[in-house]
Write a protein that binds this ligand. Structure first.
Ligand code: ATP
Length: 234
C-alpha cells in the first residue's frame, strides 16, 4: 500500500531522516518507535507532504505521490492525525465532524458518514454537543481519528495517539485502532509504549538518528521490552 524509498529530510543544515526505506501493507498496523528526535514526526510529515525539504520517493496505492501537496495526498487516501490532535477546541464534536476541511476522495471509495462515525465511536455521539475543550484526552483522540476517517482516509498516519493518556484510556485507544483496522483502514503510528504497540500492531520499525535501525515483530518486541524501554529512556 505504501512504499517509501530512500527518504531523507532536512531542517536547514540538519538532516532529520537518512535514506529511510520501508513498506506498509494494506490492512496492517505498523508502529514507528524511537527516542525523542529520532525523526518519527518528520517521517509522518514527509508522507503527508507537509515537510518540503526532503528527497526520496513515496508510492501510495501504486501511484507516485512524492510531488503532490497535502490536499492531493488526502484525496488519494492519506490521513494525518497530528500529535496536538488538530481539532477545533471551541467547536462542538459534531461541528468538528461536519466542518470542512473534509477532503473529497478522488476515487469511488466512501468517506465515513457521520452515522458510521457515531456507530464506531458511540462516545462521540453522546458528546456531540460538547465543545472540544470539554472532552477528555481519550475523547479528543477519538475525535481526531474520526475527523480524518471522515475524509475517506485509507491509511492513517497517527502521531503518538496514546501520549499523556491514562492506562485505561490507552486500552480504549487500542480497541479503537483495532476497530479501525477491522473496518479496512491501515495505520502507521508513532508509539513509545512498546507493550501497547505489541498488543495492537503487526510490525514495528525502530528509528534512530533518522534511520530505520531495526524491524521487529510482536514477539521480538515483547521479548526485548525491558531493553527497549531502557533504550527509549522510559
Ligand atoms: P519527538 O517525539 O521528540 O517529536 P521525533 O522522533 O518525532 O521526536 P522529529 O520531531 O521528527 O523527531 O525530529 C527529528 C530531528 O529534527 C530532531 O533532531 C529535531 O531536533 C529536528 N527538528 C524537528 N523539528 C524541527 C524544526 N522545526 N526545526 C529544526 N529542527 C527540527
Amino acid at each position: 500500500m505504501l512504499r517509501i524509498d530512500g527518504l531523507s529530510a532536512w531542517y536547514g543544515e540538519a538532516q532529520a531522516l537518512r535514506e529511510v526505506s520501508l513498506q506498509v501493507d494494506e490492512g496492517e498496523i505498523v508502529t514507528l518507535v524511537g527516542r525523542n528526535g529520532a525523526g518519527k514526526t518528520t517521517l509522518l510529515r514527509c508522507l503527508m507532504g507537509l515537510h518540503k525539504d526532503a528527497k526520496g520517493t513515496i508510492e501510495f496505492l501504486g501511484g507516485d505521490v512524492t510531488g503532490l501537496g497535502p490536499h492531493k495526498r488526502a484525496r488519494r487516501g492519506l490521513g494525518y492525525v497530528p500529535d496536538d490532535r488538530g481539532i477545533f477546541a471551541t467547536l462542538s464534536v459534531e461541528e468538528n465532524l461536519t466542518l470542512p476541511p473534509v477532503a473529497r476522495p478522488d476515487d469511488d471509495r466512501e468517506a465515513w458518514s457521520l452515522e458510521r462515525v457515531y456507530e464506531t465511536f458511540p462516545r462521540l455521539r453522546e458528546r456531540r454537543r460538547f465543545p472540544g475543550t470539554k472532552l477528555s484526552g481519550g475523547e479528543q483522540q477519538m475525535l481526531a481519528l474520526a475527523r480524518v476517517l471522515r475524509t475517506g482516509a485509507r491509511l492513517l498516519l497517527c502521531d503518538e495517539p496514546t501520549e499523556g493518556l491514562s492506562p485505561l484510556i490507552v486500552q480504549q485507544i487500542g480497541d479503537i485502532l483495532r476497530e479501525v483496522k477491522a473496518a479496512g483502514v491501515t495505520v502507521l503510528l508513532i508509539e513509545q509504549n512498546v507493550h501497547f504497540a505489541a498488543t495492537v500492531a503487526d510490525r514495528h520499525h525502530l528509528l534512530a538518528e533518522g534511520r530505520v535501525v531495526e524491524s521487529l515483530d510482536n514477539d521480538e518486541v515483547l521479548a526485548r521490552e525491558g531493553e527497549l524501554l531502557e533504550y527509549l529512556g522510559i
